[in-house]
Design a protein around this ligand. Structure first.
Ligand code: HEM
Length: 133
């Protein structure tokens, strides 16, 4: 899908992505599966990185590339064992984080579709390390 040039502005720019990512990390911190995967002393940095990435992807400022280079998300997630369970949990928390954000259903759908595709692409572990037996 091509991202319309003004999508970032249309959804509310910086404010909207900050809100989504902040609400997301609020939940990640105490999540039994995802929480332990993140750097415990750099929550603000993690929040910032995801926010910059999403802002850039949707047509906002290119701070992510300037600070982090090419996203290479599969490579950057390679040392976190991500099975279906962790990917589903990530999406579940993101779904909650995106509730009540003031965007249209079409905009919501577009952002969500991208999240789904990336989460799926990041699954790198089979057997699933978090599957309950
Ligand atoms: C599938 C489940 C996922 C898990 C378990 C996961 C886990 C993680 C972890 C533990 C980090 C390191 C935190 C940090 O220090 O930045 C990270 C970074 C990151 N994740 Fe994910 N993630 C998932 C899905 C996603 C998705 C769907 C996206 C994009 C839509 C995404 C985008 C990013 C970005 C941009 C970074 C920062 C990369 C960097 O510049 O270092 N992740 N993720």
């Amino acid at each position: 899908m091509t991202v319309p040039e003004n999508f970032y502005d249309a959804v509310g720019g910086e404010e909207t992505f900050s809100l989504i990512v902040h609400r997301f990390y609020e939940q990640v911190r105490t999540d039994d599966i995802l929480g332990p995967m993140y750097p415990p002393d750099d929550w603000e940095g993690a929040e910032q990185r995801l926010k910059m990435f999403l802002a850039q992807y949707w047509g906002g400022p290119s701070d992510y590339s300037e600070q982090r280079g090419h996203p290479r998300l599969r490579m950057r997630h390679a040392h976190f064992p991500i099975g279906v369970t962790a990917a589903q949990r990530w999406l579940e928390l993101m779904d909650k984080a995106m509730q009540d954000v003031d965007i249209t259903p079409e905009q919501h759908e577009a952002i969500w579709d991208h999240m789904l595709r990336v989460a799926d692409m990041l699954i790198n572990s089979n057997p699933d390390p978090h599957e309950k037996r």
